[in-house]
Ligand binder design. Structure first.
Ligand code: NAD
Length: 355
């Protein structure tokens, strides 16, 4: 198969981690007889420096015309003082909206080799952590009106039934492919938008009788994720709640450097990126963990290109690398072998086998 991938290296550790993911994709292409063509796209701080714009239309167009987009991370202290509409993260919001990716899917899964890295008690971790948060990505308060008048600031939170329904369906369909348990998270004791959310989820539930739907208030969910994460299979929630809960969920699995994500809309052209940021504190030092980006590339193969064996091969190679005791600094503990970003990528490539 021939696939055209738009590649956004971005800022900070972005270029280092993306480089390793591309080596892994090249090895997959060689093993399975595919061709992956890469088109470089400037986004974030590097695009501000080059064009005075975090995502010029021409760069967005390259992404929309690709078969999928692989992103490292954007942002950094250098651009902290630029005006709000020009910030590197604006490029990301524009990219998500421009690609029409309304569903962000983040697995919270503990690798058995890294069970000790979780900040949770062993007896909680031993019950297993393996769930997915499906977050609405292009609606809600982040995309509502924002204004400051004198000493009053306002941010508007709006959801339509149609917006809730399309993300709700992704939640139900994701649960159907897993353990058929969907937890809808909202704040219906306070917010009108959450009451609409709950109503739409229960209407949809009639169409997915094989999925067990439950409701949970977001404050309770934040507690349950640390108290008893094994209860969750799939969580579906709105944009801001999902942003916060998915960061919490990623922390309980150990390192944020390990976690991939996918963002999808109505087509198979998706956006794949690790959940962490550009980590300016370790940029350019060959210290970053590239596994979140490598696993994002695996998600791209699985969800956008329907290359399941190839995705399994990457995940197995990561597992073999961890089994052999190699660790980047972020997940290092006693008795293991410290490697840098480049060596980590090389070892994963060496462990890649055609399944
Ligand atoms: P961060 O995720 O970049 O870093 C938080 C901590 O985790 C740092 O100590 C960092 O060294 C560490 N870390 C992150 N990724 C790592 C990896 N792969 N390997 C090893 N350690 C890793 O979050 P931050 O420091 O709050 O933000 C830094 C910049 O990134 C900011 O400009 C922020 O706006 C931006 N950001 C971008 C994205 C994105 O591009 N999607 C997401 C979040 C933050």
């Amino acid at each position: 198969m021939v696939k055209n991938i738009a590649v956004i290296r971005g800022d900070g550790i972005g270029p280092e981690i993306v480089e390793q993911a591309l080596h892994v994709l090249d090895r997959v292409a060689a093993l399975y007889g595919h061709t992956f063509n890469y088109t470089d796209v400037d986004m974030g701080g590097c695009a501000i420096d080059k064009y005075g714009d975090p995502l010029p239309e021409s760069e967005l167009k390259k992404c929309i015309e690709s078969d999928s987009v692989l992103l490292g991370a954007v942002g950094g202290n250098k651009w902290n003082d630029v005006p709000g509409h020009m910030r590197p993260e604006k490029g990301l919001l524009r990219l998500r909206a421009g690609m029409g990716v309304y569903s962000n899917n983040r697995p919270a899964k503990i690798w058995k080799q890294l069970a000790d890295a979780s900040p949770l008690k062993k007896e909680i971790v031993d019950k297993g952590i393996d769930f997915i948060i499906v977050r609405e990505l292009i609606g809600g308060i982040y995309f509502g009106e924002h204004k400051t008048e004198g000493d009053v600031a306002t941010d508007v939170l709006t959801y339509s039934e149609a917006e809730i329904e399309r993300i709700g369906r992704i939640g139900f369909e994701t649960a159907q492919k897993r353990n058929k348990k969907l937890c809808s998270v909202e704040k219906s004791n306070v917010l009108d938008s959450s009451r609409l959310w709950k109503k739409v989820m229960h209407r949809l539930a009639d169409e997915y009788p094989d999925v067990e739907l439950s409701d949970m208030l977001v404050d309770n969910c934040a507690m349950q994720i640390v108290k008893n994460p094994a209860q969750f299979d799939v969580i579906v929630t709105e944009n801001m709640f999902g942003d916060i809960l998915s960061d919490e969920a990623s922390m309980i699995t150990g390192s944020i450097g390990m976690i991939p994500s996918s963002s999808l809309g109505a087509t198979t052209c998706g956006l794949y990126e690790p959940i962490h940021g550009s980590a300016p504190d370790i940029a350019g030092q060959d210290k970053a963990n590239p596994i979140g980006t490598i696993l994002s590339a695996a998600m791209m193969l699985r969800f956008s290109f329907d290359m399941r064996d190839e995705a399994d091969a990457i995940e197995n190679a990561v597992s073999a690398y961890l089994d052999a005791g190699y660790r980047t600094a972020d997940i290092m503990s006693e008795g293991e072998s410290l490697v840098g970003c480049r060596r980590c990528g090389e070892l994963i490539v060496e462990n890649l086998r055609k399944g």
